[in-house]
Design a protein around this ligand. Structure first.
Ligand code: CO8
Length: 270
């Protein structure tokens, strides 16, 4: 389904994932305010679906760029030149809240980076649970080359993924790194030959996750997000609460029962 102007949403053939395609190839999928608006609407639809029916058939989201060249080449530079500082703040906080909403979805979100992931594009990928990439993908935070600074979460999330030293070097130099280096840094989980293989792999991973308890996957995602940056003691306390909560779910009863009777579990997501 074409979703407004610049994004499309599509159920994969296995029906276990939905794919969001950033679709503004003439500007290398740059994240204009219209793209951000589209993504906001799209997320609203997904949130409602996941709320009402534990996602129905869909158990995960893949985000990819249209075409072969870009995931997203950043915020829209042309548009930014006309912004006042207050408008820039509004643009930044709008996109930031979108990234928080992505992190709050109760299903995994995979960034399938099929080309340039620069500035805001890299930051959007960082807001996904993990990143797969093609061999030709590249990553970078080139804001300093434009007299800018990251505004969509890059100063926060890049160091969470690659550590403070590597993040600082990337942020200060604005350097572009290729997929193999991003893989070595831990920014990318796996690298694939081309867009088709990339998309197939991301959907396959979602299908693999879909074989497990949706309630448990949602709880693990929420817990991992909540413990990030906490002290060990605080993190462990949050984990113990989550462990207690798991014992209230039908999925826990079903999963453990099925193990003991050597059957395949039939999870309801509750
Ligand atoms: N914004 C707007 N248009 C873009 C962008 C962009 N980020 N990137 C590419 N385009 C356009 C180009 O202007 C060009 O348009 P046209 O054909 O009309 O001239 C078209 O896309 C194709 O691009 P190129 O001809 O440049 O393609 P190349 O293959 O030669 O180069 C690059 C590809 C290397 C990706 C190059 O386009 C580039 O360097 N793009 C900019 C990358 C960048 O600096 N991104 C960071 C932007 S800043 C940012 O994201 C900050 C986020 C936080 C904002 C906070 C709130 C304000």
């Amino acid at each position: 389904m074409q979703f407004k102007e610049y994004t499309t949403i599509q159920a994969s053939s296995a029906q276990s994932s939905v794919t969001i395609t950033l679709n503004r190839p003439e500007a290398l999928n740059a994240l204009s305010t219209q793209v951000v608006e589209d993504l906001e609407d799209l997320l609203g639809v997904l949130e409602a679906a996941f709320r009402h029916d534990a996602g129905g058939e869909a158990r995960g989201v893949v985000i990819i760029g249209s075409g072969e060249k870009a995931f997203a080449a950043g915020a829209d530079i042309r548009e930014m030149t006309a912004m006042t500082p207050d408008q820039a703040w509004e643009y930044s906080t709008r996109m930031q809240s979108l990234t928080l909403r992505l992190e709050s979805l109760p299903v995994p979100v995979i960034a399938a980076v099929n080309g340039f992931a620069l500035g805001g594009g890299c930051e959007l990928a960082l807001a996904c649970d993990f990143i797969y990439a093609t061999e030709s993908a590249s990553f970078g935070q080139p804001e300093v080359s434009l007299g800018l600074v990251p505004g969509f979460g890059g100063s926060v999330r890049l160091q969470q993924r690659v550590g403070p030293s590597q993040a600082r070097e990337l942020l200060f130099t604005g350097r572009r790194i290729r997929a193999d280096q991003a893989h070595r840094l831990g920014l990318v989980n796996a690298v694939f030959t081309d867009r088709e293989a990339l998309l197939a792999a991301a959907r396959k991973t979602i299908a693999e996750i879909a074989g497990h308890s949706p309630a448990a996957v949602a709880a693990v995602k929420a817990t991992v997000g909540r413990v990030e940056g906490r002290s060990t003691a605080d993190g462990l306390a949050i984990e113990a609460d989550s462990f207690r909560q798991a014992f209230t779910t039908a999925d826990m009863r079903e999963g453990t029962r099925a193990f003991l009777t050597k059957e395949k579990p039939a999870f309801s997501g509750n």
